[in-house]
Design a protein around this ligand. Structure first.
Ligand SMILES: *[C@@H]1O[C@H](CO)[C@@H](O)[C@H](O)[C@H]1NC(C)=O
Ligand SMILES: *[C@@H]1O[C@H](CO)[C@@H](O)[C@H](O)[C@H]1NC(C)=O
Ligand SMILES: *[C@@H]1O[C@H](CO)[C@@H](O)[C@H](O)[C@H]1NC(C)=O
Ligand SMILES: *[C@@H]1O[C@H](CO)[C@@H](O)[C@H](O)[C@H]1NC(C)=O
Ligand SMILES: *[C@@H]1O[C@H](CO)[C@@H](O)[C@H](O)[C@H]1NC(C)=O
Ligand SMILES: *[C@@H]1O[C@H](CO)[C@@H](O)[C@H](O)[C@H]1NC(C)=O
Length: 209
């Protein structure tokens, strides 16, 4: 129990590899030392938002870790300045459920905000996504401020410069935590919930160890 509470803090101090969001463009230039904190240290939303696909969007990131877990949370506030702004009464608003994959370099995975079920997501809405990444040595965060549009698709260079990741996970982070609790961390929808995903979930306050 004590280890579970203590682990994310200990690991945060020794992060030595990172990730860089390539598309959509993050709130500001990547700041390595700030990445273990909310939105890579950028507290406020920017006004030059990326017009981003309401459905069938894509996230492109550079991973410096060979084995990593990632999930995306979303806020519908105009200027979300804390993790609480990404939360609802039933917990974090998940745009992409946590999944684990492997490989270093530029990776793409799908994000379909229209089907996230989060209230307030619609054509023309301003939202902020926060990419939550964990390569095993601490949880890292980058944000992008968006205006959603039903009329745009991701730019071709966002999807041509990456290796596509197939995301098969579904369900909620809470369900993952519940499953992990009952199985000691075995599976979520047939996908192993490893120590990396567990660490990422714990960093969001979804402790289940
Ligand atoms: C979205 O954000 C932009 C820039 O911050 C602002 O000018 C615009 O009024 C906002 N739109 C909505 C629907 O809130
Ligand atoms: C917004 O403008 C800043 C400053 O010019 C730039 O660094 C950033 O990349 C821009 N963001 C987007 C999403 O275009
Ligand atoms: C998010 O919501 C959950 C459930 O209401 C709550 O337990 C948790 O403390 C909240 N987290 C934040 C950062 O507000
Ligand atoms: C998308 O197109 C529809 C129909 O032309 C329009 O009403 C809507 O405002 C457009 N959405 C955005 C975000 O521009
Ligand atoms: C796509 O091209 C634009 C314009 O040249 C560039 O700013 C952006 O970084 C590129 N995006 C990716 C993911 O390579
Ligand atoms: C990745 O998937 C997207 C969307 O299906 C596709 O447009 C793109 O060509 C793929 N990229 C690569 C490098 O296979």
């Amino acid at each position: 129990m004590q280890l579970a509470t203590f682990l994310p803090l200990v690991l945060a101090a020794v992060v030595n590899a990172h990730f860089q969001l390539q598309y959509p463009i993050p709130r500001g230039p990547f700041v390595e030392d700030q990445e273990p904190t909310f939105c890579d240290g950028y507290t406020d939303a920017v006004s030059n938002r990326t017009v981003f696909p309401l459905a069938n969007g894509v996230i492109n990131l550079n991973s410096e870790h060979p084995q990593w877990a990632v999930g995306v949370i979303v806020s519908t506030q105009q200027d979300p300045t804390s993790f609480a702004a990404f939360n609802s009464s039933s917990g974090y608003q998940m745009a992409v459920q946590f999944f684990e994959t492997s490989g270093e370099g530029q990776y793409c995975f799908p994000i379909d905000l229209a089907s996230s079920g989060v209230s307030g997501i619609q054509d023309g809405a301003n939202v902020t996504i926060q990419v939550v990444y964990d390569g095993g040595d601490g949880t890292l965060y980058q944000c992008a401020d968006l205006t959603l549009s039903a009329n745009v698709t991701a730019p071709s260079n966002a999807t041509s410069t990456c290796t596509n990741v197939t995301v098969t996970a579904s369900g909620t982070a809470a369900a993952a935590a519940a499953t992990a609790t009952s199985t000691g961390g075995a599976k979520k929808d047939g996908i192993a919930v490893s120590g990396i995903v567990a660490t990422a979930l714990m960093a969001l306050g979804l402790s289940f160890v």
